[in-house]
Ligand binder design. Sequence first.
Ligand code: HEM
Length: 259
Amino acid sequence: MRFFAHASAAVAAVALFSSTSIAQSGTPVAYTDPDTGITFDTWTVSETLSEGGYTFGMALPSDALTTDATEFIGYLLCSSHNSTFTGWCGVSLGGFMTDSLLVLAYPYGGDILTSFRYTTGYYMPDVYTGDAELTQISSTINSTHYALIFRCSNCLQWTQDSASGSASTSAGLLDLGWAQSFPAPGNPSCPSNISLLYHDNGHNIFAATLENAPNASYTDWTALAQTTVTGSCSTTTTATTATPTSSVRVSASASATLK
Ligand code: HEM
């Protein structure tokens, strides 16, 4: 019953968006990252829908199709224009931009910085105040793309103020959303202080079928998630300069392949 209710909602959502733009396929393609051996279900947005393309991937605990997972290992492969328009991209774990946990990523200073966001309207999303945690497994940046593999803990249920939501892996089908932009975030050094422009390189929602995402090696793979990249957030400002008082920037040891 639960499956059908969720599946119907997802299909209805895709149908809704198909009427205004071409939806990408929700059928996953299995991808194994050559450096880590992690296998993902991936969903790719073609270059005709988003310049440079966009891919999101997900690996899940082995029992995720019977017991709702609370976490996943994610793969983001996003586009940049050039050294100025380095961009940002994100995934909505509830499909819609609103009332969903948003995971945002952008290259800056040789690292990929991330921020959890949440919004009830179609404007700059707020910093998410729940207990989601992102730990990096690998990151790669070149002149046209950036790729991040990360563990996302407490990411499949979310609570902001009095609102809550979730993504149910036992349904076998997730409503996901993507968005991608070329202008880099403003105030990029501190992810919780960034400003964004509207995602000019596309957005959409899709119903993502889970096939290869659950894996018996999931627990082993989580041990690869050891890098926390926080950026540099100033706690002291003066009229002329901002002095970083805390800075943790650790480069990921492994590198993701840009496929
Ligand atoms: C200043 C920041 C942002 C603005 C002004 C903005 C604005 C909008 C607007 C107006 C739409 C609806 C467009 C339409 O119906 O054609 C939309 C859709 C969408 N946005 Fe954003 N957005 C912002 C940031 C983000 C971020 C950070 C994410 C994810 C990390 C995101 C994810 C999405 C997704 C997945 C959709 C399609 C699903 C939906 O319509 O709810 N947006 N955005």
